[in-house]
Design a protein around this ligand. Structure first.
Ligand SMILES: O=C(O)CCC(=O)C(=O)O
Ligand SMILES: [Fe+2]
Length: 252
């Protein structure tokens, strides 16, 4: 089955890859093709409409690809797999697809990181965020701490920037550059894709009351070899015959 392109052309070679490994995240501004932006917006709006009164344990936001065939088709889209493999190498597994829509007035989320193979850096885990309509720093904006992922601490917490600075960040430096770790607030245009190593400290600012919904979905992939706490795939979905996903769905 041939699929329409979802990405414009981009470069993610050695230099970009080194930057990603040093910072912990990498921004690809406006990468999503116009048609993909449209279809993702439709799909994410549908997912949002299914949430009220949804089935507990199989929520449409947490198992998004299981509720929408377009979101499902992105998991093994050749351009998506190419990008995931540029980051992780050839041997990869799909881990989850979660919608992160933030309507006006959404409170954002405090500082945190996610764990995977905390004790062994050979096994990577990447989050690929699709910020379909972008965001401003003070309006549902992603923040990150460059270099924080190198600590491979999956239990970073901090309710506010100050709490993080006085807590987990205090005295920490970038293991490679020696510079003190610092909070970075991002602003990105529509269609932006952000890669993030899962151990990176990150947070999201509240969405303004009178703003439209920020449409976002994250696809996560990892190198197999370790148990994954965020692997949200039902047994039925794992068995489903989706074009291109052969070998991607299992835990190991
Ligand atoms: O909503 C966002 O932009 C990020 C949410 C988040 O922390 C995550 O998906 O890991
Ligand atoms: Fe997160």
């Amino acid at each position: 089955m041939s699929q329409n392109p979802i990405f414009h052309d981009y470069t993610f070679g050695d230099k970009e890859r080194k930057g990603f490994d040093r910072e912990g995240h990498y921004v690809l501004p406006g990468l999503l093709a116009a048609e993909a932006q449209e279809r993702l917006t439709e799909s994410l709006a549908r997912i949002q409409s299914l949430i009220p009164g949804c089935k507990e344990g199989h929520e449409p936001n947490r198992f998004s690809a299981e509720y929408d065939t377009y979101l499902e088709s992105v998991i093994a889209h050749p351009q998506m797999l190419e990008l995931a493999r540029k980051v992780l190498g050839d041997d990869i597994r799909y881990d989850h697809c979660v919608s992160l829509n933030r309507p006006g007035g959404n409170g954002g989320i405090g500082w945190h990181s996610h764990g995977y193979s905390d004790d062994d850096p050979r096994y990577g885990f990447v989050r690929i965020f699709f910020y379909v309509n972008g965001f401003e720093a003070d309006d549902g904006g992603l923040k990150a701490v460059p270099g924080s992922h190198l600590y491979r601490d999956g239990r970073i917490h901090g309710r506010t920037d100050d709490v993080l600075r006085e807590g987990w960040l205090a005295g920490k430096t970038h293991p490679e550059t020696g510079e003190p770790l610092e909070i970075q607030a991002l602003s990105v245009p529509p269609g932006t894709v952000i890669l993030m190593w899962t151990h990176a400290a990150h947070a999201v600012t509240p969405r303004k009351q009178d703003s439209d919904t920020r449409w976002t979905v994250v696809y996560a992939y990892r190198n197999p070899g370790k148990p994954s706490g965020a692997r949200w795939i039902t047994p039925e979905f794992e068995q489903k015959l989706i074009p291109g996903v052969e070998g991607l769905m299992s835990l190991y």
